[in-house]
Design a protein around this ligand. Sequence first.
Ligand code: MN
Ligand code: MN
Length: 358
Amino acid sequence: MREARKTLTRYTIESEHRHPGSTGDFSGLLNSVATAVKIISNQVGRGALVGALGSAGVENVQGEVQKKLDIISNEVMVGETEWSGHLAAMASEEMEDILPVPVSEQRGKYLLVFDPLDGSSNIDANITVGTIFSVLRSPDPAVPPRAEHFFQPGVKQVCAGFALYGASTMLVLTTGDGVDGFTLDRDIGAFILTHPQLRIPEDCGEFAINASNERFWEPPVRRYIQECLAGSTGPRGRDFNMRWIASLVAETYRILTRGGVFLYPKDNKEPEMPGRLRLLYECNPIAFIVEQAGGIASTGRERVMELQPSGLHERVPLIFGSRNEVARIEGYHRDQSDESGSSFDDSLFNSRSLFRIP
Ligand code: MN
Ligand code: MN
């Protein structure tokens, strides 16, 4: 007999059957997100053949150059989900304000927030990019949606996920019951459950950080990286590898499959900017997935998912990955705030700096 392959559609309907009284809204919403992801995957995959690469010649609300594919992906996410009847409003990296579902469409009880194309600065180099999304409940579906409705801490997320447009197209999802990974079968146009219950190993030997910012780092981050670089000759007593793709979805998926730690920490490069990555549509969904896979997601000082958002495009520091490593980095931040506990000599760092020849 043919072995049954579990499609995303079957997966969502079966999870609904396990929750009696559920209305089907949620699997309907997930299926429309999955359709959007398939369309974006197709556009990204065709690249130059459909003239989709390159800059659109405009900037988004955050002063970043928009790629043509940023705009296409945003339009696809909006177009495929707004009519579904499950959403009250959405918010996106590429839109300054929230987008309430048009009154001509039926409004639902969920809010959708997304980064339509993460890692898009890499798109012309054919590096893996993705789509990140998070689903919240509308606090009051009876009133017209407002931006403040989205200002919910990450612990309130109903679902979070990301798609990866890499060698294969994948969808990684959590609804608070572990993390499951699906691979797009292009022959039949369906996502198939291929990576059930992903778990991040508790220990790891790989770190990912943008080392060009080294001189702006705070002492706890300098200490952690210095100790990794010292390898078997330092306090850690073992060697580490470094990775940096500069594509959050690709880094997250690598960490989900073989462990590791990712840092985009607070630094003093632009003191008015507390972090680089956006809380609502990057850090919170990634944090939900990482925690559900047994890892930790932190700013170094607080759990990401407990932060109270105050703006749609707010940025925060993000450090996540293998449990024991992130716990160690959090410990170094605590040591710093409690000076008496700090034994780290920052001056040593200059002699062991990443690119300094000994
Ligand atoms: Mn992004
Ligand atoms: Mn983006």
